[in-house]
Write a protein that binds this ligand. Structure first.
Ligand code: FE
Length: 128
């Protein structure tokens, strides 16, 4: 899956493009999947690859959808991110390289201790 940035601009809404392709971040507590806990699957809003199961979603209170694991099979790619003077780990879609969010080791209440902090705008939900 590869598109030029010009193609992505036509495929995605301006809001999606800003997050998925320009690594933006939606405002906290603004996303449609923040306080949303229906059973189903979350796919990449850009390419449709299945990324997260609702079974691993938890209420972190951080203002963005949070998952304690990605779906099996290297669906997401992790990269060091030193932007904004901080050391973080960026989460990208393995299939299309679009930006999803960041992962933090600050969720001891979950089975993995990890919090995949993902923008709602980067996801498309399909009910179970
Ligand atoms: Fe993708």
């Amino acid at each position: 899956m590869s598109h030029t940035e010009e193609e992505w601009k036509k495929i995605l809404t301006p809001e999606q493009y800003a997050v998925l392709r320009e690594k933006g971040t939606e405002r906290p507590f603004s996303g449609k999947y923040d306080e949303f806990f229906q059973p189903g699957i979350y796919s990449c809003a850009a390419c449709g690859a299945e990324l997260f199961s609702a079974e691993t979603k938890f209420n972190s209170g951080c203002g963005w959808p949070a998952f304690y694991a990605a779906k099996a099979g290297d669906r997401v790619k992790l990269l060091p991110d030193h932007s904004l003077g901080r050391s973080r780990t960026e989460v990208l879609c393995s299939a299309c390289g679009s930006h999803l969010g960041h992962v933090f080791n600050d969720a001891p209440q979950t089975p993995t201790g990890q919090r995949y902090c993902i923008n709602s705008v980067s996801l498309k939900f399909t009910p179970a």
